[in-house]
Ligand binder design. Sequence first.
Ligand code: FE2
Length: 543
Amino acid sequence: MILLKKINFLLLIFILFRCSTDQSNQKNSLEVPIKSPFSGIDTISTNDWWNRMPNPIIDINVKRENVLAFGIYTISNNTLKLTAQLFPLYPYETREVRLEIYKNKKWVEIQKKKVNDLGWATTFRIENWDSSKNIKYRLLHGEKASFEGLIRKDPIDKNEIILAAFSCNSNKDRGDRENYVKNINHIDPDLLFFAGDQSYDHQEHTAAWLKFGIQFRDIFRERPCITIPDDHDIGQGNLWGENGKIASSPAGNDGGYYYHHEYVKMVERAQTSHLPDPYDNTPIEQGINVYYTNLVLGGIDFAILEDRKFKSGPKGKIPQQGPRPDHIRNPNYDPKSIDVEGLTLLGNRQLDFLENWANNHKGISMKSVLSQTGFCGGAHLHGSKENRLHADMDSNGWPQTGRNKALKLIKKANAVHIGGDQHIATVIQHGIENYEDGPWAFVVPAIVNNYYSRWWWPENEKAGVNSNINLPWTGRYLDGFNNKITMQAYANPDSNSNGAGYGIIKFKKDTKNVTFECWPRYVDVKKENATQFTGWPVTISLN
Ligand SMILES: [Fe+2]
């Protein structure tokens, strides 16, 4: 009897001990269900992620009720595309995410999807979506985790459609983005566009994307949002994708992608799966996918381009004009010498799409092209005031022939171009053959502008022909590739908020006017005396 009691007691101790150490043992001895095909990248969020030390980006080991980080969606042609983004899951947790909508005063499940262990996301695609009403949705995982948002109705009845545009979410500031959230929710745009560099943590996209989502989810929780990755998102300083070949260095200047193609695919999956279906989904080299497409919202047709993916890398293809193959420092070089036959900017596939898109006006009131960067060199000083570059081949100003082909089609579509990347906001009217015969373009400022800022600073410090009175150096100029440009407004880093902020683009359907607004990061738009960067707003006519 005593022996039995003793055994029971020991058993109890054993069970208690097991319970207390159960979780940590379970975690330490877990089998990784899906091993990443790459190594040394995305380590925070892949394989036995729970064994990582704390990192400076984000705590990914969240309470399980918070494991559903966010939902992000677009809707076009009555098809909803909604990506559910989760924090990393333990091997023993379900991969299933449920989508419910609120209908007839109750939540109704409409689809289940399985999360991908690479990137921890999944995308719902629902056809025949009723775009005529606001519909609440929620994403659910397991017993506890949920994320609730709103699929907005198509604002077809509104005369003015508002787009808010952002770029370059530098990791020099890892804090929250509360000024953006407050101001954008007050402005209440119909659509959001993040033009690239949502992540600057080159080798840790998933952690950085989760961080971006937590920073901005309260502006895209209740409205559609376009995100397209740029060079830093896929881990490179610059990207000349060259149809998906392998680049020989992370600088990427010989063309292609440096990191493992499954990493690149994971980044694009996270950022673009929720866009409308691609125009032509044929993959490029290494099986990397494409996402260029269009999205119609409220009668405005937005073409979403990938201006990096097909572009030729400069190294070895053109005569080098300085220490770097992509920088031209010699102002006396011959710009024609680098516009070599056979170089690509958008690529034939994408030009075909753009041509097709330009010709289609059915049910469309106005058009806009969205892409990563601007179609000219729109800055002189790069990174510091001492670093004057004559031309930077990272911009779409090069190759000039490809630039002009793209601009002709954007003009043909009667569209305005919106881009980012440059870390300086500008409004420029492009010239193709002659000054002012091309489309208007608004390159929006960086979200955080304490990293590699740029200045518009003509060497002669003189205004061009057709200048305006708002800023000293406006009017007609040639960029470093001899492209004709007319500068209308620029926000140098010496401006309010270091030149950081966002663009607001208002499309007025009755007058066919487009107004470009440019707001500094730290201005409270609710205040009566709130002012934009000097030089804005700019209103142009598409009549
Ligand atoms: Fe950037």
